[in-house]
Design a protein around this ligand. Structure first.
Ligand SMILES: [Zn+2]
Length: 319
């Protein structure tokens, strides 16, 4: 991956800075935007899936773009995956220019999203957008406007005990780094509107509630697909081929080499800026959770653990 260099300035200039190009842009803006939306809980492997999809020749991944579409959240984004700050990245500056043109204040969330994502398609030259925002609100924007968006939903599920363990692990690291819960919360508050304390049991309840809401509200959508993080991480090629089949798109071997390609994502975890494409399934929770946490966590998450075929007993790796 190239860090700190954005090579799209020429295309951006051609796409946005010439008045003569405006009619073409206007024409594009009335078309439906094909969206692949990754729904699910945080710490469920969405960054991995986003990188794999965004490395396809026809798909442009924008990461957690809802943060960019909301001007208040946009202020909290520090850096694009290309290495430049958001304010310096020519790619996002051009998207912003298109998204904040005359009359933006009067636009609905759907129209603002559509305008920005049309700009992304134009800048990238790709045919589809992958959005890993994961919020129900952004998903509803797409689902409720079939006139503007052609939506495919990838509902990504991970074992809730693993998700909650990862969230709690992150929280404990922040506590160790900042020395107190109040200091850690103020740091999270600087990045997010809703600072969350990532307790293990609280995280399992959140995981259960969010995934049930997604399934209840969107499972009947014609573009809905439920997939498991573990199936993807166990065998990325087979897992990804199955997902591409569902999306009716050809699998490309280069997708597995995502770290060698330049991405302009916002949000997500540090995997976005790694220099190698090795996929290693995170199973630390299987070994580290105490028997008490495993047992109560299993009880709390039971409906979804059963629904998605997770073992109730832990699976320790062979010695
Ligand atoms: Zn960038």
């Amino acid at each position: 991956m190239r860090i700190g260099v954005c090579d799209c300035q020429d295309r951006l200039t051609a796409a946005f800075l010439h008045e003569a190009d405006k009619p073409a842009l206007t024409k594009l803006m009335v078309t439906k935007v094909p969206i692949i939306y990754i729904a699910g809980s945080g710490h469920s492997g969405s960054t991995l899936l986003d990188l794999l999809l965004g490395s396809h020749s026809q798909i442009e991944s924008v990461g957690e773009v809802y943060k960019y579409l909301d001007p208040q959240r946009r202020m909290r984004i520090l850096r694009c995956t290309c290495g430049a700050t958001i304010d310096e990245c020519a790619y996002w500056q051009s998207v912003q220019q298109a998204a904040t043109s005359d009359g933006e204040d009067a636009l609905s969330a759907a129209d603002r999203s559509h305008r920005a994502l049309v700009a992304v398609l134009r800048v990238s030259g790709k045919r589809l957008i992958c959005d890993s925002s994961k919020t129900l609100e952004q998903l509803a924007v797409y689902a409720e406007h079939p006139d503007l968006f052609d939506l495919q939903i990838l509902h990504l599920v991970r074992d809730g005990r693993g998700t909650a363990f990862s969230m709690n692990r992150k929280w404990l690291r922040m506590l160790a780094q900042h020395g107190s819960a109040e200091h850690a919360k103020s740091t999270i508050r600087a990045r997010s509107k809703n600072p969350m304390v990532y307790g293990y049991y609280v995280s399992i309840v959140r995981w259960l509630r969010l995934n049930l809401r997604i399934a209840h509200r969107f499972a009947a959508h014609p573009g809905y697909h439920a997939i498991r993080y573990e199936d993807l991480a166990d065998n990325p090629q087979l897992g990804l081929q199955a997902i591409m089949d569902r999306l009716n798109l050809p699998f490309e071997a280069s997708q597995l080499d995502f770290a060698r390609q330049q991405h302009h994502n916002v949000g997500g975890n540090s995997m976005r800026v790694r220099s190698d494409s090795t996929v290693k399934k995170d199973t630390e929770y299987q070994e580290r959770l105490s028997p008490l946490r495993w047992g109560f966590g299993t009880l709390l998450g039971l409906p979804l653990l059963l629904k998605y075929g997770y073992r109730l007993r832990r699976t320790l790796p062979s010695p």
